[in-house]
Design a binder for this molecule. Structure first.
Ligand code: FAD
Length: 500
């Protein structure tokens, strides 16, 4: 793919080969087979940044185990399940599309990229047990979560995840479990979809090509300036629509596009690290993704979890992520100057405000990143009391560049969600932020199509095609009356993906 014959004057240019561009390219080509699509990736291989399996946690986020998705509301201690239900429905769209990709022969071997791994929430101490009890009460009312099990009995929890209980001092504990949870290798599904795209007429995927500039032409198209890193040749590709799916590289490119909407944004990078264990006897004892409560000032995406991972057919245990302070925007291709180079007249105000108001967060990130191995193992033992130092090593995870918006006024706010920024003509869209991220990538990319190319979904033949690609698209599966329809569509996709 690096020896690319790039497409002249493509309809669409996709920047970056992560899960976002991969899904968007595949969706667009299926919706309109005549589209000419060119993808440029700066690295020599595909999906090596945030979407690479070792750089993210591989959790198919569905609101099942992430405690931050169900905040307490009201004095009766009840929880708000809105966010959990929303994420569940969005992840279902990803499963639906990937199941279609398998059944239509676009991609093979679903076990290369998705595997069933129960999702468990585990808490200890009476306050947390009360919270989990309320959370389960709230969630079990909804048909999405009706198979969720709950227990405060250590013997039952031991059967679900023995490492959590063995050697634990006597204390109140509670856990929920749903077997329908998943571990996803987002890099693997991205690469499969892009290989399919690369084989399609009028499409090309070029690695080793850096997009260095974007400028709008008088006719409203985009001149995408590209450097072929192998030859040093610079050339311009003219496209009707550009998607900037460059992960941490999206903000600098968006700023180069000069669209007024880009002036409102700054970026706040948060690095990550994992403890990894591949000792066979330990790995064999754990088959779950176990999420707990946030510690201190931890941002929601830095709540550690003890996860079974399946990467390249091998099982391992990961604990983390530990957040870390960084000024780089990309894991592999980033530079220490990224944060400073992203400052502009438009965003320097909000960035300074964030710097001042988020001092506790910055302090937390520096402390997290520089803490000793002993202190990391100490945290691990709050999940896995008998963890042995010698079984674990520390490795770097990916970087998330959280969006900071000018419109937040005086408050300095780091946004932990995702933002799709587009211009008024809807000829360019960029994805900023990273949470809940890859799991909901199909839903986010469908939003991009809806916003920028609505005719592809709302007019025939796309209107009929989208129902084949994502059978749940446009359906309201939330009311109890939709429970049977949800179950049948969800089971069909799970069966194709080998999840049941
Ligand atoms: C520690 C951590 C844990 C996470 N855990 C989860 C999880 O459990 N579940 C989940 O759903 N999500 C998780 N996420 C989020 C998820 O990884 C991201 O949302 C997702 O991978 C982003 O995909 P992307 O395609 O936008 O970006 P990326 O995968 O980063 O892809 C961007 C690509 O653009 C390329 N690029 C950059 N600049 C240029 C340029 N100028 N020209 C050409 N190419 C360029 C990069 O090389 C890269 O390949 C996690 C993230 C992190 C960091």
């Amino acid at each position: 793919m690096s020896d690319a014959t790039v497409i002249d004057d493509p309809d669409i240019v996709l920047v970056g080969s992560g899960i976002m561009s991969a899904n968007l390219g595949a969706l667009l080509k299926r919706l309109d087979p005549n589209l000419k699509i060119q993808l440029y990736e700066v690295t020599d291989e595909l999906a090596q940044e945030a979407s690479n399996a070792w750089n993210n946690a591989g959790t198919g986020h569905a609101g099942i185990c992430e405690l931050s998705y169900t905040p307490f509301v009201g004095e009766d201690g009840s929880v708000d399940i809105t966010k959990a239900v929303e994420v569940f429905q969005e992840f279902e769209q990803s499963k639906q599309f990937w199941a279609h990709a398998v059944s239509s022969g676009m991609v093979d071997q679903p076990s290369d990229f998705i595997n069933p791994v129960p999702h468990v929430s585990f808490v200890y101490g009476q306050n947390q047990v009360d919270f989990l009890t309320s959370r389960h009460e709230g969630l079990k009312q909804h048909h999405f979560f009706r198979d969720m099990e709950f227990s405060t009995d250590p013997d039952v929890i031991r059967q679900w995840a023995p490492l959590l209980i063995e050697g634990r001092a006597e204390m109140p504990v509670a856990a929920t479990k749903m077997d329908a949870g998943t571990d996803v290798n987002f890099g693997a599904i991205a690469r499969k979809l892009m290989r399919w795209l690369d084989e399609q007429e009028g499409c090309n995927v070029a690695t080793g090509h850096r997009v260095v500039d974007l400028s709008e032409t008088q006719s409203g198209h985009w001149d995408v300036e590209v450097r072929d890193l192998a030859t040093g040749r610079k050339f311009t590709s003219r496209a009707k629509f550009v998607f900037v799916g460059a992960g941490g590289g999206s903000l600098p490119l968006l700023q180069k596009s000069g669209i007024p909407e880009s002036l409102e944004f700054g970026g706040f990078p948060i690095g990550g690290q994992w403890l990894v264990c591949d000792t066979p006897e330990v790995v064999a004892q754990h088959q779950a993704k176990v999420y707990g409560q946030a510690q201190d000032e931890a941002p929601t995406m830095a709540v550690p979890h003890l996860d079974t991972r399946v990467i390249d057919g091998k099982k391992a245990l990961l604990f983390g992520p530990f957040a870390a302070w960084t000024t780089k925007f990309l894991h592999k291709g980033g530079r220490w100057t990224d944060l400073f180079r992203s400052l502009s007249l438009g965003n320097v105000g909000p960035m300074i405000r964030v710097g001042l108001s988020e001092i506790p967060l910055v302090k937390y990130l520096i402390e997290q990143g520089t803490q000793s191995m002993e202190s990391r193992i100490k945290l691990l033992r709050t999940y896995y009391p008998q963890a042995k130092y010698r079984d674990w090593k520390l490795v770097d995870a990916g970087i998330r560049v959280q969006a900071i918006k000018k419109e937040d006024g005086q408050a300095g706010i780091v946004h932990y969600g995702t933002e799709v920024v587009s211009n008024t003509n809807k000829t360019i869209a960029a994805l900023l932020g990273a949470s809940p991220g890859a799991s909901v990538s199909v839903s986010i990319m469908l939003d991009v199509v809806e916003t920028c190319m609505p005719h592809l979904i709302h007019e025939e033949p796309g209107k009929s095609i989208i129902k084949q690609l994502v059978p749940t698209y446009g359906l309201d599966l939330l009311p109890a009356s939709a429970a049977d329809e949800y179950t049948s569509l969800s089971r069909a996709a799970a069966s194709v993906l080998g999840l049941c």
